[in-house]
Design a protein around this ligand. Structure first.
Ligand SMILES: O=C1O[C@H](COP(=O)(O)O)[C@@H](O)[C@H](O)[C@H]1O
Length: 265
């Protein structure tokens, strides 16, 4: 096992510059992946992140038909529910670009009604297993060893330091076997979710957090300046040669002492 490399923090003076630089970074990651392997594998989060992907719309050089997209986490709700990360991404980005529908890997909609209810966790296990099998089909014998190797994982960070659906103090933080896990007691509603696990996130070639706004300032300070506190976002440290980046605006970075790196492609 190689040591993880230190995060690279890039801060931008305004949200528009952040969105544009993020788009350039994603396109560069895509080009490198396609030239090596003919496809680009991406895991994407919900929350405020899909809105930040707007810089990709109408950009030349995006080979949408080569993208294979999974969700870093998803809430167990119907796809038309306002809590659905898929719905959010659909509204903010997928409906605005020519990505083939079959290249977006969602939870199995047929399994959602049962997973939304019931006292036992069998249906949650089943929906997480089905998503893991979809990942295995996409990655096995291509970009995986013990875990899949995503070309890029895009993450957000919540005020409590959670990322994907990995929450502070939750037993899922220690999951070291599964690719996809379920959670039935998320402290942030909705309670039932599935998430990629830390070993998957930390095997990615690149991981990029995106955060903007002064309401993220305290969280970023703790995550980046006090990783010893072990907040979930601090535990994202991809193994070498993987690299973690932070794309933030100056408001979100206002309390961070961790050194900033000028953005360059
Ligand atoms: O619940 C979630 O929260 C995180 C952070 O969301 P944000 O709105 O504070 O950016 C998000 O990354 C995750 O996908 C989502 O399910």
């Amino acid at each position: 096992m190689h040591a993880p490399s230190a995060p690279i923090l890039c801060s931008f003076s305004n949200p528009d510059e952040l969105v544009e630089s993020l788009a350039q970074f994603i396109i560069k990651s895509q080009k490198e992946a396609i030239s090596k392997k003919g496809r680009f594998t991406l895991a994407v989060s919900g929350g405020s992140l899909p809105h930040q992907l707007g810089g990709l719309i109408d950009k030349p050089g995006v080979k949408w038909d080569k993208w294979q997209v999974f969700y870093a986490d998803e809430r167990i709700v119907p796809f038309d529910d306002e809590d659905s990360n898929h719905r959010l991404c659909q509204e903010q980005i997928w409906s605005k670009v020519p990505i083939p529908k079959e290249n977006i890997h969602t939870l199995d909609p047929a399994l959602i009604p049962a997973a939304m209810k019931g006292d036992d966790e069998d249906a949650l296990e089943e929906i997480a297993d089905a998503y893991e099998k979809d990942l295995i089909r996409e990655f096995a014998n291509k970009d995986s060893a013990r875990f899949p190797i995503f070309d890029l994982v895009l993450l957000g960070v919540g005020p409590d330091g959670h990322t994907a659906s990995l929450f502070p103090g939750h037993p899922l933080l220690s999951e070291d076997d599964r690719w996809v896990a379920f959670i039935s007691d998320s402290p942030k509603p909705p309670a039932r979710r599935v998430t990629l696990t830390f070993p998957v996130i930390n095997h990615a070639a690149r991981v990029a957090f995106v955060a903007s706004g002064a309401n993220k300032a305290d969280t970023l300070h703790t995550v980046l300046d006090h990783p010893e506190q072990g907040l979930p976002a601090s535990r994202v440290r991809p193994i070498t040669p993987g690299q973690v980046y932070w794309f933030v605006d100056d408001a979100a970075a206002s309390k961070v002492e961790y050194p900033k790196t000028p953005f360059k492609l």
